[in-house]
Design a protein around this ligand. Structure first.
Ligand code: TRP
Length: 335
């Protein structure tokens, strides 16, 4: 029996380079070794987009296209849509009894999001508790591994707490999952220098961006605001172009020389931006081509989602039978 991966993304927009570095790459690399379930988290997306269901619906296809474009293979990985597994919502209800409001309010990722979204005191209850629903996403598949970006670590931590509590109270039926976050640096800042690349911050390079759009974003990247003339000494730390080169440039020796040159002065921003542009275009071009190919066959993409969702639902139904048994709420065999 292969070990299990469960991971996913909110369909609030197409996926970007941060997703690729943070988690999509790992999913492609591990899909042969693990039985992988990849979830489009529309229920979670609705927790802060209740007034905008059409946006979520449209982005389900965009996210599916991104998965296929980077090489997650629907023949070996199972793609599914979260809302079509009502068992996840059911399990969430039971998990909510194992978590305190105070614990939810301490979740650092949720805290950050609340700040960024300007909810002030009007936090939707569904939003505050989405980490609990995420615990249900993961455990209903009894996933061993969850490939995600660093920002998702608090979710996995909270999932482990819920699993421990559930197993202790009702019976040992769930596995404690582990997060898999990227190693080497792996944290991609936005093109504007903000710590996180994000749809909502408007500082992302999307996997489907046209080549000239990518170039434009790179040419406008945040570098060193004090590096005004080419001859000026420049700073490498916090310089987004160098942060990206650290991740995407395979020639580390040359990169170290470039950094030294930039520091002592005489190396222009345009030169390093051109180097990054060449490297990123080489990564993104095959992804873009695949994406366009699938975008021309939407029927096929929908069929992949439908088949995957059916297969995933069978797993969820089987887990809920076990849950209800150990929770002593399996009243009738016929219902
Ligand atoms: N919270 C994740 C994000 O914002 C999406 C997600 C929902 C997820 N359920 C999950 C990720 C379960 C991993 C496992 O990107």
């Amino acid at each position: 029996m292969k070990k299990i991966i469960l991971t996913g993304d909110r369909p609030t927009g197409p996926l970007h380079l941060g997703h690729y570095i943070g988690s999509l790459r790992n999913r492609v690399a591990l899909q042969n070794e693990y039985q992988q379930f990849v979830m489009i988290a529309d229920v979670q997306a609705l927790t802060d987009n209740a007034e905008n269901p059409e946006k979520i619906r449209q982005n389900i296809l965009e996210v599916a296209l991104d998965y296929l474009a980077v090489g997650i293979d629907p023949k070996i990985s199972t793609f599914f849509i979260q809302s079509m597994l009502p068992e996840i919502a059911e399990l969430t209800m039971f998990y909510l009894n194992l978590v305190t409001i105070a614990r939810l309010e301490r979740n650092p990722t949720v805290k950050d999001e609340i700040k960024n979204k300007d909810f002030a005191r009007n936090i939707p209850a569904g939003f505050l508790m989405y980490p609990v629903s995420q615990a249900a996403d993961i455990t209903i598949f009894n996933a061993n591994l969850v490939p995600v970006g660093h920002d998702q670590l608090p979710m996995i931590e909270q999932t482990v707490e819920i699993v421990r509590k559930f197993n202790l109270l009702y019976g040992e039926i769930f596995i404690e999952p582990q997060a898999l976050v990227p190693k080497e640096g792996g944290r991609l800042p936005g093109v504007d220098g903000k710590a996180k690349m994000s749809k909502s911050l408007g500082n992302a390079i999307y996997l489907g961006d046209a080549a000239d759009v990518v170039t434009k974003k790179i040419m406008n990247m945040f570098t060193d605001p004090n590096h005004l003339r080419i001859s000026d000494p420049g700073t490498v730390e916090g310089n987004v172009v160098f942060t990206y080169l650290d991740i995407f440039d395979p020639n580390k020796e040359e990169l170290e020389e470039l950094k030294a040159h930039y520091r002592r002065g005489g190396l222009g921003d345009v030169t390093i931006k051109r180097r990054l542009n060449d490297l990123l275009q080489a990564v993104l071009q095959p992804i873009r081509t695949q994406r366009e190919m699938y975008a021309n066959d939407k029927e096929a993409v929908l069929a992949i989602l439908e088949d995957g969702t059916k297969a995933a639902r069978e797993v969820a139904v089987a887990t809920m039978r076990k849950v209800k048994k150990v929770m002593r709420i399996d009243y009738f065999a016929s219902l």
